[in-house]
Ligand binder design. Sequence first.
Ligand SMILES: Nc1ncnc2c1ncn2[C@@H]1O[C@H](COP(=O)(O)OP(=O)(O)OP(=O)(O)O)[C@@H](O)[C@H]1O
Ligand SMILES: [Mg+2]
Length: 316
Amino acid sequence: MSTLDLPSYLEQSNKVKDRFDKLKARETILEVKGLGKTFDSAQGTVTALKDINFKTHRREFVCVIGPSGCGKSTLIRTLAGLESPSSGEVLLDGKPVFEPGPDRGMVFQGYTLFPWLTVKRNVMFGLEMSGHSRSTAEGEAMDWIGLVGLDKFADAYPSQLSGGMKQRVAIARALANKPRILLMDEPFGALDAQTRSKMQANLLEIWRNIDITVLFITHDLDEAIYLADRILVLKAHPGEVNELIEVSVPRPRHFDQAISPEFLATKKRLEELIHPPLDDNDDEPGLSMIRMVPVGDEVENGDSSVDNSAMTAEVD
Ligand SMILES: Nc1ncnc2c1ncn2[C@@H]1O[C@H](COP(=O)(O)OP(=O)(O)OP(=O)(O)O)[C@@H](O)[C@H]1O
Ligand SMILES: [Mg+2]
């Protein structure tokens, strides 16, 4: 079988083009300008990010992918104000970010709920901290808990919830403060495949229905294509922007689209960027295998020069 003849990942239907035109006409929520980040450690200086530039527009869904260690978490932590830039700046609604603030909601991979508080009290926490009365906070918290489908679990403790449910509470808690942008660092990374798919669909449904911009980090190419308007691809160490890809898959999205030409063309491009063909001059040592199975006991049918007929005759 030959590789599928795919359209270019750059090709867009008129409807998709129109969607991107409208999206780019919206106001800028987040602007990252010449962002660099270095860390000093016992091993010397590590450059985690180098000259990162991009913008996100209101109600845009941006995914960030890149090889492990390329600086994705450092990027999101800097956007959150948990790390300070070594060079460049991060602007939210045109104002520089110096520290964490309620205008940015965070959801991480690890479950970050307070284990001693119920679901409702976890979601109320930030609201009460920002000065809402207990009764207002409770009403608002219940609205958000309802939005993520957990009304029946409002009085449960995190230890009584599944991983997916805990992440739904984390999303409700982050959204309750009405942030301008939701920053998510591999939030579904620890979930099983089925729960993960459900969470992706839930998140898109929430995003469609409220005024929120999302920046979502993932390792998973399918997840990025399913969720994103645009995908920011970072290069391996140090993180630099490799490409910003507009996902040409129409919305609303559904899982059947994973075999559509647009989806596959985008995935092919991401594969090329994330897993480039191995270079012959690569310094990494290759494998030097000693064959420990009988010749003829093939596990794949390639263009092998080995004659299997003797073995086949024996088996027969
Ligand atoms: N606090 C720190 N001190 C020193 N080096 C750090 C620190 N935080 C991150 N780094 C380094 O910065 C680089 C980027 O790390 P980061 O965690 O941002 O990568 P990542 O893309 O999120 O990786 P992964 O895909 O594995 O989550 C790595 O080389 C890491 O060792
Ligand atoms: Mg990370």
